[in-house]
Design a binder for this molecule. Structure first.
Ligand code: NAP
Length: 289
């Protein structure tokens, strides 16, 4: 048996997963904290999530980062889950604990940590638009609403999914926060302080607001445009947002690193520093790696 096969084994599972920077991030965390482990990419067929997870565990796997489009299935598969995964109805993390899978959702906390530590913004008292109603949106909506925005609008290509999420999350809003939903076409004339693209349109290269058929002039003065995707994949949406008047643009690399740090803590019991890893990844992406 080779040495590496005896190390604790982790992976990112998704479809697609070839683009993922998670293996690099967890390798940097492991080096910085002195943890010996392996972390690989685990592609799963669209109809083969549960089978792939089972085979991974049979081969000694102890934990998984779960990405598009398996976050809802991830929660269903787990025997137990954190409160934040239950309330999101979606999970992005599996940890093998006491003979079964435990699911967590670190996306929302990762976004808020990125907002606080790197972007320098919070959504308290703001008008916020969340584009998309998939697994990632489910993870970020609860934490965003808990901060107390003035207005949070969920808009999605398939309006019924946005309506279902608005119904799910509206009851969790405090006084002073209005949660609602609008079809893309009905957003015309609305202004937002923070516009978050949580769609997976960027992965297909079709995420400019024009390609998504978003109306113009969505950005209030000083507004932030934030894309959950990162690096070159976020260029279409953020370029469109800048042309439309967004004062600040940020990609989701900081969120990716922050949510990964919380996964690493769950698996290994140690919280790694995020600033040096984010700086390293920015440099690598800037150098075209
Ligand atoms: P998902 O569950 O598959 O949901 C995809 C969402 O994107 C749905 O709302 C879908 O709308 C919408 N969509 C897809 N193609 C579209 C298009 N061409 N035009 C408009 N809307 C489109 O995926 P997810 O798990 O939510 O992930 C979404 C994205 O967030 C992915 O790019 C993922 O990599 C990224 N992400 C980043 C982080 C981070 O840490 N930075 C964390 C989580 C996720 P319909 O309902 O109409 O199909």
């Amino acid at each position: 048996m080779s040495h590496s096969s005896t190390l604790p084994r982790y992976a990112v599972i998704g479809h697609p997963v070839a683009h993922s920077r998670s293996p690099r991030i967890h390798a940097l965390f492991a080096a910085a904290t002195g943890q010996a482990l392996t972390y690989e990419r685990l592609p799963a067929p669209l109809d083969g999530f549960a089978r792939t997870v089972r085979e991974f565990h049979d081969a000694g796997g102890l934990g998984l980062s779960v990405t598009v489009p398996f976050k809802l299935e991830c929660l269903e598969l787990a025997a137990t889950a954190s409160e934040r995964a239950h309330s999101a109805g979606a999970a992005n993390t599996l940890a093998w604990r006491g003979g079964a899978w435990f699911a967590d959702n670190t996306d929302g906390a990762g976004l808020l940590n990125d907002f606080a530590r790197h972007v320098g913004i919070d959504d308290r008292g703001r008008d916020v638009l969340v584009l998309g109603a998939g697994g990632a949106a489910r993870g970020i909506l609860g934490p965003l609403i808990a901060q107390g925005p003035r207005r949070l609008v969920i808009a999605n290509r398939t309006p019924e999914k946005a309506a279902a999420l608005a119904q799910l999350f509206a009851g969790r809003a405090g006084r002073g926060t209005v949660v609602s939903t609008m079809p893309f076409a009905a957003l015309g004339g609305q202004r937002f302080d923070i516009v978050i693209n949580s769609t997976s349109a960027s992965l297909g290269g079709a995420a400019s607001g024009d390609a998504m058929h978003l109306p113009p002039a969505l950005f209030a003065p000083g507004a932030l445009a934030y894309d959950l995707t990162y690096g070159p994949a976020s260029a279409a949406f953020l370029g469109w947002a800048a042309r439309e008047g967004a004062a600040r643009c940020a990609d989701g690399l900081g969120m990716l690193v922050e949510q990964a740090a919380l996964q690493f803590e769950l698996w290994r019991g140690v919280l790694p520093a995020t600033d040096p890893v984010l700086a390293q990844l920015r440099a690598e992406i800037g150098a075209g790696q």
